[in-house]
Design a protein around this ligand. Structure first.
Ligand code: HEC
Length: 140
């Protein structure tokens, strides 16, 4: 994942000049659901960082697991098919999403032991998935 993000970073100047990201057309209700989830992701990430900075390492782990980790998967499961983002994504894009949930859970497991250094070492993995997907795909 780190190598991927680095490669994407190198490619980012070109991407800005000429948007080379793959366009994925989601049904409007799925796009709305995804956007809402994304705003939640941003808030959750901010919460995790704030807790870590305050030395509340275990609490940061709790928040990461429930809001970003594997525990946060499947929240669109009960919606109509058109409102579920996952099944409308290309498999590779969906895979990046799943890897992101996994990375958040790995961070969470370390943080929940209270081991700050170990948690910090895994922290970048929490954002690598966000970066990898946003640099590869767009929906509009
Ligand atoms: C699997 C791909 C994927 C992953 C992983 C992902 N995103 Fe997104 N994100 C998207 C897409 C696609 C959009 C555009 C949605 C739309 O059409 O408005 C988006 C939009 C957003 C937005 C803009 C929402 C708005 O107000 O319009 C934010 C903020 C965001 N993502 C944050 C995050 C954060 C933080 C993470 C990591 C914790 C993350 N995303 C991980 C695909 C992803």
């Amino acid at each position: 994942m780190k190598a991927l993000v680095f490669a994407l970073f190198l490619a980012s100047t070109a991407a800005v000049a000429d948007d080379a990201r793959q366009l994925v057309k989601l049904p409007p209700p799925a796009q709305d659901a995804l956007r809402e989830e994304m705003q939640g992701n941003l808030v959750a990430l901010n919460e995790v960082l704030s807790l870590l900075a305050a030395g509340k390492v275990r609490e940061a782990g709790e928040a990461a697991e429930t809001k970003l980790g594997l525990s946060a998967m499947g929240r669109h499961r009960d919606k109509p098919f058109d409102a579920r983002p996952g099944p409308h994504m290309p498999p590779a894009m969906h895979g990046i999403g799943m890897d992101g949930h996994k990375a958040a859970s790995e961070f969470a497991a370390a943080a929940k032991t209270g081991d700050r250094d170990k948690a910090l070492a895994l922290l970048p993995n929490l954002t690598s998935g966000c970066v990898a997907c946003h640099f590869s795909y767009r929906t509009r």
